[in-house]
Write a protein that binds this ligand. Structure first.
Ligand code: AMP
Ligand code: MN
Ligand code: MN
Length: 324
């Protein structure tokens, strides 16, 4: 599907719902806001939807207030644009309602994207969905204002791990350069996203480091974040993004895992709901592992959700260390 066909269609559309994945990261938020502002400037009626929660570190973004956590009256929309989602269900509980919108446009960069929707603009080589939104906006000749610049810059910065990960391409730098010229202040973004933390969170980090376990060959690490740790430190965690990198930085580790206990059953015997984050080096395809558990992602960053007991889950995952 060419980007040109999508733009031709967008010109005709009138009322759009824009949505990105639940428990959003910087890219899901940046892509959503930037495209929302741009289409608003293009005189479209837009509603921005995200199930949330929006991490506190992104609250500084201009126009964040435009993001609603309800879709409103679904019959009002002629078009939905789904951003940074490998599957429509990634937007959360509203997916069934949203699937009733007559035309769905899928804009994403996950290699595991299942090509949902009537139009697909999927580019696994893009650093971020924010980068793809930049291409859409510039081809539509919509001027980049400060709000768009901040959102696109933040999306690219977040998904490239501040220009450190393997998806840090010349295009990622080029577009970021343009966004800084258009008014995004990199220092201000970094201050908000990385330099502000609570004492409770630091205490939680301490417990997280303590939780790290290595496989016998030292090539795999598992870090565990439980509800007990959150309670003990009085932390409310809306953003686990980045924490897994500490498990990944350990020398010789090729595969790092973060187990995040999202919800415990009242009785420990019944296990818990976990989100499992996976990070790897070039040679290890974590998207394939995540897909085998019903999740998805990229070659070096992927995730899935599972209900399990903690020791069982660790045992299952440590099996993967044997192939490293
Ligand atoms: P995370 O480990 O949550 O930071 O996610 C890493 C990457 O995997 C991101 O690109 C996510 O969009 C993707 N991902 C995480 N969880 C899932 C899931 N349950 N289903 C599909 N993709 C996921
Ligand atoms: Mn994302
Ligand atoms: Mn992304």
């Amino acid at each position: 599907m060419s980007i040109q066909q999508i733009i031709e269609y967008l010109k005709k559309s009138k009322r759009l719902l824009l949505a990105s994945h639940m428990r959003p990261d910087g890219d899901a938020i940046g892509a959503l806001i930037s495209l929302g502002i741009a289409l608003g400037e293009y005189k479209k009626t837009v509603r921005l939807y995200n199930e949330g929660p929006i991490p506190a570190v992104y609250q500084f973004l201009p126009s964040l207030h435009l993001i609603k956590n309800t879709v409103g009256d679904i019959t009002e929309f002629d078009t939905a644009i789904i951003l940074d989602c490998s599957d429509l269900h990634r937007i959360g509980e509203a997916a069934t309602e949203v699937s009733k919108i007559p035309v769905i446009i899928n804009v994403d960069h996950h290699m595991t994207n299942n090509r949902f929707g009537n139009f697909q603009f999927v580019d696994p080589d893009a650093s971020s969905t924010a980068e793809m939104v930049y291409r859409l906006i510039t081809q539509m000749e919509i001027p980049i204002n400060t709000g768009i610049a901040y959102s696109i810059y933040t999306g690219i910065m977040a998904d490239t791990g501040s220009f450190r990960f393997a998806n840090t391409t010349p295009e990622a730098f080029e577009i970021s350069h343009k966004m800084v010229q258009a008014g995004a202040d990199p220092h201000k973004v970094a201050q908000h996203v990385y330099e502000t933390t609570s004492l409770n969170r630091i205490k939680l980090l301490h417990m997280l480091y303590e939780s790290i376990e290595l496989s016998p060959n030292g090539k795999m690490s598992i870090m565990t974040l439980t509800q007990n740790m959150l309670n003990a430190t009085g932390s409310k965690l809306d953003d686990v993004n980045g924490l897994i990198n500490y498990a990944k930085q350990i020398e010789n580790v090729k595969l790092a895992v973060l187990l995040y206990e999202r919800r415990r059953s009242l009785c420990i015997k019944h296990g818990s709901d976990f989100h499992v984050s996976l990070r790897s080096d070039d040679g290890v395809n974590v998207a394939a592992i995540a897909t085998s558990f019903g999740g998805g992602g990229h070659q070096n960053a992927a995730g899935f959700d599972i209900h399990s007991k903690l020791p069982e889950l660790k045992r299952t995952l440590f099996h993967f260390s044997k192939n490293l």
